[in-house]
Design a protein around this ligand. Structure first.
Ligand code: WTA
Length: 629
């Protein structure tokens, strides 16, 4: 985007019952925000004191632009707060995780159970030679053991890198190599729509080009599970059965890394976003408690996979630090039928429900009769994340799912931010189409290229002006890429999103400003898909754009030029789709592939995706003075 632009803003608003506002954890947003602004360090200091520490901090924050340290010199272990604290107290017998399998199987872990499981697996990892600072890659289906594996790493100070179980072998290998993981934790299979996903097979293929991995832990779910390769593979159950039951929490420094999580980059390879222990813990704890307004009796269901940041922050660390009951379910929203989610809400008495706009739009398409069949009266707070919640989807969610009773918190944040940054806090007036305002604790603005705030109604770049506790600390192995976030617009962290504010300061997020495509809430880098296409022998060059889609937000359209001798046609298009799927996984597969004689390029040889996009969408391509001819 070269300039700012005007945006027409909707006027509609929903003002909650004053009782809802009075009862909220943050009953007066404006007051809480100004208290935060008056004394940011005091604000975070008070929140951090609600948690347990092995040693307190000397200073809340140290800001050496663009590097921040939070809770300086404090010692802690995040799992002590997620597990020990509850298992030793009144939440001992409270369900921590309630898991539902696709076939309806159910498993419940109390806080005491989870604590024991995590310690056993942590000892298992130690027995395999894993220690503080070692990287462990977790490539699993959505089962309790996925969460256990994450917590077990954190318990012993190993750095986890969770790779979503929907990724293909190429994406997995790249992530293992970049992180230098020495252990891989996987499962024989995942289940999806009644079929099995052969995770171990995919992992084995990935390991052929990922030599850093020395041992593989395999969770065997199928009764006729695979024979393991004794030289490399270990059975998950055998490993934990042999392990000692007690594993004290490793004493971690506030700034020790907690995990690496890969997110798509616009310039090629995915970026390994690094989060550290203390700030991430405090940020996710606070936002879970205050944005979702969590109470002791809540049953919290975030429908994400722990393999995404949403799962890290709002399935695992935030909710467990707060001590709530977390529901996890393996399966898709419309399998075996489009009532699957609502049945689960009814069966388990879910009170807080957090999902993505793409799922909401899918439910809208299936019709009102599906949610109407179930008792959804336990729901109290609804959340949305991953892409803009368009006004139509907001209305449907608010009325059909929330019965017009439940606040909808549309939370804007990123893998990089680690925690929520913008939303409409429970009790505040909601405006469909707008995520809301910066939460107390975040300083967010919409600015021009120079960092000057743009007037209301004018689009600009979404930026964060001050460091925050759960911010990324670096990009693994590429600190320069980290600095770019803070150096693109002077004095600010640039999120890469376009946004607009209204007169009251509500922020509407419009979409990505860079070469990322958000498909069904998943960030896909154009470069990643292009390089997967080009890795096929028939393809010479590829350019990929996002095309608006009523259901998925965006779908991928690929333009390819072929090598001489290759035959354009449907067979090849199908083969290319399979090729991308194998490399990157199903979310990255182009919905459309178009053959071209050549791609529009700049004189310096950069593919001009916006020209393709403009043509595709019938828009003005903007400045094309740099076009090749
Ligand atoms: C988009 C997911 C509008 C945005 C937590 C952001 C959103 C990217 C919202 C980060 C929202 C996320 N409204 N857009 N409420 N939430 N996004 O790293 O473009 O997977 O930059 O983190 O998703 O995606 P990521």
């Amino acid at each position: 985007m070269e300039q700012t632009f005007a945006v027409k803003l909707e006027e509609k608003r929903y003002t909650p019952d004053p009782r809802c506002r009075a009862a909220a954890r943050v009953p007066d947003y404006a007051q809480a925000y100004s208290e935060f602004m008056r004394d940011p360090e005091g604000f975070w200091d008070r929140i951090a004191r609600e948690l347990a520490w092995f040693r307190p901090w000397d200073r809340v924050r140290e800001w050496n632009y663009p590097y921040a340290r939070w809770f300086v010199d404090a010692k802690l272990n995040i799992t002590y707060n997620c597990l020990d604290r509850h298992a030793a107290g009144e939440r001992k017998d409270k369900p921590a995780i309630v898991w539902r399998g696709e076939d309806g199987a159910e498993r419940t872990f109390t806080y005491e159970d989870l604590y024991r499981e995590v310690m056993r697996f942590a000892n298992g990892l130690k027995a395999l030679g894993v220690g503080k600072g070692d990287r462990v890659c977790i490539y699993m289906p959505l089962v309790p053991e996925q969460v256990v594996a994450m917590l077990a790493c954190a318990r012993i100070g190993a750095v986890h890198s969770v790779v979503f179980g929907g990724f293909g072998a190429g994406a997995l290998a790249m992530r293992i190599n970049d992180a230098g993981a020495k252990i891989l934790v996987t499962a024989d299979v995942g289940y999806r729509r009644g079929k099995t996903v052969p995770l171990r097979e995919i992992a084995t293929e990935a390991l052929a080009s990922a030599p850093s991995v020395k041992r593989v832990v395999v969770l065997r779910r199928e009764s006729r599970g695979p024979d393991l390769d004794p030289a490399r593979e270990v059975d998950y159950m055998a490993l934990t059965a042999e392990a000692a039951p007690d594993c004290p929490a490793e004493v971690m420094d506030a700034e020790d890394p907690l995990f690496i999580l890969y997110t798509s980059g616009s310039t090629g390879a995915p970026k390994g976003i690094v989060h550290t222990c203390a700030g991430y813990m405090v940020g996710t704890y606070y936002t879970t408690k205050c944005v979702f307004d969590v109470r002791e009796s809540d049953v919290f269901w975030c429908t994400a996979d722990p393999g995404w940041i949403t799962g890290h922050s709002y399935i695992v660390y935030g909710p467990l630090a707060v001590g709530t009951t977390v529901v996890i379910a393996e399966g898709t929203p419309d399998y075996p039928d489009p009532g699957a989610y609502w049945r689960l809400v009814q069966d388990l008495g879910v009170t807080i429900f957090y999902t993505a706009p793409t799922a909401i739009r899918m439910f809208m398409r299936y019709g009102d009769e599906w949610p109407a069949k179930y008792n959804l009266s336990t729901l109290r707070v609804l959340g949305s994340v991953g892409e803009p919640l368009n006004p139509e989807a907001f209305e449907w969610y608010y009325h059909r799912i929330g019965g017009g009773r439940c606040p909808v918190v549309d939370t804007w944040w990123q893998t990089e931010t680690g925690m929520h940054m913008v939303t409409t806090m429970v009790g505040e007036a909601m405006k469909p189409g707008f995520a809301g305002k910066p939460i107390p604790g975040a300083v967010v603005d919409v600015v021009d290229r120079m960092g000057n705030p743009v007037p209301p109604g004018t689009g600009g770049f979404l930026v964060i002006r001050e460091p925050w506790p759960a911010m990324l600390r670096t990009v693994h192995g590429n600190d320069e890429r980290y600095r770019t976030y803070w150096e693109t617009i002077p004095g600010c962290y640039t999120a890469g999103d376009l946004a607009v504010k209204d007169e009251e300061g509500y922020i509407m997020v419009i979409g990505r400003a860079d070469d990322l495509i958000v498909v069904a809430g998943h960030n896909i880098g154009t470069a990643e898909v292009e390089s997967a296409l080009v890795s096929h022998e028939a393809v010479a060059e590829a350019a990929v754009i996002g095309k608006p889609d009523a259901l998925k937000g965006n779908v991928i359209k690929a333009f390819v030029t072929l090598r001489v001798g290759a035959n354009p046609g449907d067979d090849l298009a199908e083969e290319l789709a399979r090729h991308v799927k194998k490399n990157l996984g199903p979310v990255a597969v182009p919905a459309e592939i178009e053959y071209m004689d050549r791609l529009p390029k700049t004189r310096s040889g950069k593919i001009m995706r916006r020209v393709l996009k403009a043509r595709e969408l019938g828009m003005d391509p903007g400045d094309i003075s740099t076009l090749e001819e």
